[in-house]
Design a protein around this ligand. Structure first.
Ligand code: SF4
Length: 376
């Protein structure tokens, strides 16, 4: 499987926790589209198969008009083959999803929406500095269903300042009451150069303590399971047949190509990443200058990525695949390190039928555990 990603780096407001590549200077949208279309048309055949997924993310892609999105899709479909029945997703903010706009998205061929809900409490949405109201999310989801969307993801954030377990329970009750099939629930992280991180350093906000974070994660798992949402990746839950195909491409180490500022591509051997600045991206592409860097991955980098991505999922790592792809020595190293971990913390890792998995309990310490299994 191969996926195609477009990064739309525009947002109406700057969320206080966000360190993605975005700008609120919407006046650059037209120049960005000209450059994006140029980048797509100059891409050549980086991935030699028809794409199974197209994902327009951001940023907030729904700040674009129907005409602007159509121009991007036209460039994609002219340049590349996309499989019949491909998953075609767009990320959306609830306040952009009017009846007309949803109809346009449907007409343009999108069959999946990923809606940034984040919370159903206005005071928390305001603290995050997001642009919508909580009730708009509910209305937008219901309108999306009426417009014919039956594959809906919603994003929620937990572990944020002031989020009590009671409020989190209410957020979860609301989301699982809505006709959505997929939930991405992320624990807030304090990223460098964000307002939240500055406020944290200044003591202006109270960070959630570890016990509360764990309690919120456990409640998330419990509620998801009650509503038959499978916890299939650290932060992702889906009902049957509704896992994100696009994100699963990243987690299974398949190939993908990305366009737009900060977008990444991977062809199985090389990783390419675009400039993570909207202005520089526009300037460089307009002037015909390089807008990306590429590196060829070493065998140990490939192996480490293989571990990092697969151990995030409920599928885990198939030891046969490790042997086939990386050889006996690497397999022995993994089995030995994993065995050591299982001996001391059996609740965090499982090795059964030649499949190595980190358990949902272990996912709480995913980075630490994965680092201990990696090779130098
Ligand atoms: S809408 Fe998304 S990309 Fe834009 S600032 Fe907020 S979190 Fe970041």
């Amino acid at each position: 499987m191969s996926g195609l990603y477009i990064h739309v780096p525009f947002c109406r407001k700057a969320c206080r926790y966000c360190d993605f590549c975005f700008t609120v200077s919407l006046q650059y949208i037209d120049a960005y589209i000209v450059c994006l279309v140029k980048e797509i048309k100059n891409a050549g055949n980086i991935v030699n198969e028809a794409f199974s997924t197209v994902y327009i993310g951001g940023g907030t892609p729904t700040v674009l008009s129907k005409r602007q999105i159509a121009a991007i899709l036209a460039a994609i479909y002219e340049q590349f083959s996309v499989k019949n029945g491909a998953e075609v997703t767009i990320e959306a903010n609830p306040d952009d999803l009017s009846e007309d706009y949803l109809k346009s998205l449907k007409d343009l061929g999108f069959n999946r929406l990923s809606i940034g809900v984040q919370s159903f409490f206005d005071e928390d949405i305001d603290l995050m500095n997001r642009s919508h109201r909580s009730l708009e999310s509910i209305a937008a989801i219901n309108r999306a269903v009426r417009a014919g969307f039956h594959s809906l993801n919603t994003d929620l954030i937990y572990g944020m300042p002031g989020l009590t377990i009671k409020k989190w329970e209410e957020n979860l009750a609301r989301i699982f009451d809505l006709p959505v099939q997929h939930l991405s629930a992320y624990h807030l992280t304090y990223e460098k150069d964000t307002v939240f991180e500055l406020w944290r350093q200044q003591g202006r906000i109270n960070i959630t303590d570890e016990a509360d974070s764990i309690a919120q994660y456990m409640l998330l798992r419990e509620k998801a399971s009650q509503y038959n949402f499978e916890h299939y990746e650290v932060s992702n839950f889906a009902v049957k047949e509704q896992r994100s195909k696009h994100n699963s491409i990243y987690w299974s180490g398949d190939t993908y190509i990305g366009f737009g500022p900060s977008a990444h591509s991977y062809d199985g051997n090389r990783r390419k990443w675009n400039i993570a600045s909207v202005n520089k991206y526009i300037q460089n592409i307009s002037a015909g200058k390089p807008h990306s860097k590429t590196e060829v991955l070493s065998e140990s980098e490939k192996y480490n990525e293989f571990l990092i991505t697969r151990l995030r999922t409920s599928e885990g790592v198939n030891l046969e695949h490790v042997k086939d792809r990386f050889g006996n020595k690497v397999l022995e190293d993994l089995v030995s390190k994993a065995g050591h971990h299982i001996q001391y913390r059996p609740e965090e890792m499982l090795l059964s039928n030649e499949i190595l998995k980190i358990t949902p309990e272990g996912w709480l310490r995913l980075d630490h555990i994965t680092r201990n299994l990696m090779r130098d």
